[in-house]
Write a protein that binds this ligand. Sequence first.
Ligand code: 6PG
Length: 250
Amino acid sequence: MRTLRQSTHELLICADAAELAREAARRFAGLAEVFTNDAGRFTVALSGGSTPKAMFQVLADKAFADALPWCSIYFFWGDERCVPPDHADSNYRMANETLLSKVPIPPENIFRIPAEDGDHKRAAADYSETLRTFFTEERPSLDLVFLGMGPDGHTASLFPGTTALCANDRIAVANYVDKLQSWRITLTADTINRARNIIFLVAGADKAPALKEVMEGERNPEQYPSQLIEASHGALLWMVDEAAAKLLSG
Ligand code: 6PG
């Protein structure tokens, strides 16, 4: 494992996806302890994807789970597919099956995005209201946001060339993704950037070209939306595996 510290972010390169999942779980546990000791609660937004799934499986393991203050941890989501919560594509379902149903977390600590309703804009507005009410702030700041990144440089459901990239006056929006022919609900980049900690989890050689563009290329967030994510209110950590990092210089 290697760590590279830059002025804007920290980059941690793990040997493979399994080490990445273990290290991400360790970071989660460390932050959970700090925030629950200092503030009495820990607020986290989860993402979909295979890399977070591997981390959830580690967290659900007794060795981690028994030591975590579940009653003080509150889960939100960075994005959701517009399907019912028991659908195979649901990000909530994935987190629920791999982690939430296996640990003693109170159901009232779980704030999924209600994306199954056909009125996607209403769902995004309702979720924005849920966040405003929970945080009692006009622009909420989560303690931690986990993000993945797709091979096209998208993160959360901020896809290249979509309207959500320009919605930074909002907390969450409905975003139509032409290439998927479907709607997603996503936090905006502004909401993600207000987090005290942002952790990207990126594994696999298919992510290497996008990772290089996002980290070392010209600024072009329309094409590589992950470039919109910056540590404006806290810390930004990129956790990647060697395969994803293989085109990075240095
Ligand atoms: C989703 C996401 C998405 C995901 C990336 C990376 O619901 O699809 O939240 O942004 O995190 O596509 O996914 P992988 O880790 O599976 O590559």
